[in-house]
Every structure is written in C-alpha cells, then in structure tokens.
Design a protein around this ligand. Structure first.
Ligand SMILES: [Fe+2]
Length: 301
C-alpha cells in the first residue's frame, strides 16, 4: 500500500485518473491536479483557508442566475478570460483584430436591426455613430458579416442588471452590406464599476482594487468561413484605460470619438470608426467566446 504524504498524494491522484478514456480530459485534469497540489504545498494551505475557498466558490455559484454570471466575472477579474483570449488569438492562422472579453453581459437573441438604426431604446446620453468595415486578412470587405453589439447605459449598467432584465436595451445585431460596411447609432461608451454586490466584489475590495472598467462597447462579429471575433472597443483617455479590472484593453482596440467627421455616414453625429479584421476559420478552430448568455449557462448546469 502506498504511503500517502504531502508529496506522494499527487502521484496517487494522477494514477487513479490515468484510465480516463478522453485524452484531452485526461490531460486537463492531470495538469489541474498537479498545479492545484503544487499551489497548496507552496502556500502551505490550512484547513481554515481551504474552507474559506470552498465558501467563496459556493457563494459565487449561488450568485449565478439566468441573468447573472458571477463565475465569468471571477474568471475575468483573475485575468483567466484575457489569457484564454490571448491563447485563442495565437492559434489564428491569419492576421485578425485582437479578441477582448465577452464578459458576463452578452445575451443571445438581441434584436436584428437595419444599418443606421439606433440600439438606444430606454436610455439617454450622447448619441454617436459607430461605423467601419468588416474585412478579411487581405483587407477585402466581408459581405453580410453579422455584427452583434452591446453596451452599458448612462448609469454604467447593462439591461441584464436592471429590475426587469427581460427588457433589452443597448444591444442589437446588424448585417454588413455587400462591401462589408456597417454603421449604427448608440451611446458614446461609458466606463463602469463591475458588479460589487457579490463574492467577486468582496474579493476586489479585499485586494484594494478599484473595480472599474474603462469606457467600451462589445462586439461579436462572424461570417461563414471565418473565425468569429469577440472583441470590444475602448475609448482613449479614460481614467482606467491602463488598469482595467478585467484586463480587456489592448492598444489596437483603443478608439477616439471624432466630433467632426465628414466621411461618416451620419456626419452630424460624433463618430467612432473601426475596421474589424476576421481570420479564415481553420479546421481545428474552437469558439472564441469566453462565456455565453447567462441563461444558457444555467440551463445546461
Ligand atoms: Fe462591458
């Protein structure tokens, strides 16, 4: 019989899992156990601390509903989501716009709108036009690309965070035209504090972090034969552009609002212009969505 001590326990656990038929599951679980055990030895974790961790993860799960995803928020604030995005981008076989966080506020079934429509239905604020092209690696327009967008309101909340989350606001889907061009109206993006009324907020406060995200608007862009792009655009000059609580900002995703843009399709409005580049889909491609509509996650759980 094997003597279990603080070192031999790792091999004992790996041995029991060694018959896992799915090779990827076997690899992931073996690595997870090795790192988890190494972490535990490194910090010399006590039973009280272990229980505190269990309490914390239990609270994270209990905070999740069909309209709220505290686990995605936890992943985002630990930098895990940004890391998954970076690894996803590295696997692309062609140049493409950088990924950024999907975050916990994406929802499927946002209304389909016509180019030029406004995604503002229940909010107030400075209206801007977002426009540009969806292009391939060679800069050619991708006709009919599907552009999904969502952003927070003037109070820094998404529709999912409101009293009646069944009402959709500040989100929509658009089809690019035959040259890959898109344009729509929305609010000039604003920054916000991540939800702080749950266990992730407790963690952020315990770490003396500010909890803010810089002003941004989210995009998911797809077209048949191309890797779906999950990204966001960030407004230059925001106080938190260099200290995003969820590490979503990339230099290449920073935009400025142009107050006098004669080339805009709606030149009377301030504009934000950005061209999104999609890479060809490769055989082995997996989704770049680090997350999903919260209702889908609870439905499958
Ligand atoms: Fe966001």
């Amino acid at each position: 019989m094997r003597a279990i001590d603080e070192n031999t326990i790792t091999d004992a656990a790996l041995e029991q899992m060694s018959g896992t038929p799915n090779p990827r599951l076997k690899q992931i679980m073996a690595s997870l156990v090795r790192h988890l055990h190494d972490f535990t030895r490194e910090v010399d974790l006590t039973a009280e601390e272990w229980l505190e961790g269990i309490r914390f993860l239990t609270a994270v799960g209990q905070k999740c509903t069909a309209h709220r995803q505290e686990f995605i928020l936890l992943s985002d604030t630990l930098g895990l989501s940004a890391l998954i995005n970076a690894l996803h981008d590295k696997r692309a076989t062609e140049a493409a716009t950088k990924s950024s966080l999907l975050g916990p506020f994406y929802r499927q079934d946002a209304p389909m709108m016509k180019l030029g429509d406004s995604i503002i239905s229940h909010s107030k604020g400075t209206e801007v036009v977002f426009y540009g092209r969806v292009v391939d690696a060679a800069g050619r327009g991708i006709p009919n690309a599907l552009v999904q967008v969502w952003e927070p309101d003037e109070t820094g909340n998404y529709d999912l965070q409101k009293h009646d989350p069944s009402i959709m606001d500040l989100r929509g889907c658009f089809r690019a035209d035959s040259e890959g061009k898109y344009y729509f109206r929305g609010l000039c993006p604003l920054g916000y504090m991540i939800p702080m009324d749950g266990p992730v907020g407790d963690m952020i406060r315990a770490q003396k972090r500010h909890g803010y995200r810089p002003a941004h608007i989210h995009f998911v862009i797809g077209a048949p034969g191309y890797r779906e792009l999950v990204t966001a655009l960030y407004v230059a000059g925001d106080d938190h552009i260099d200290s995003d609580t969820v590490f979503g900002v990339n230099e290449s995703l920073i935009i400025s609002v142009n107050k006098n843009d004669s080339s805009s399709p709606l030149p009377k409005l301030p504009s934000i212009r950005y061209d999104f580049q999609l890479a060809k889909a490769a055989k082995q491609d997996t989704s770049g969505r680090v997350g999903a509509d919260p209702s889908q996650i609870t439905a499958k759980a």
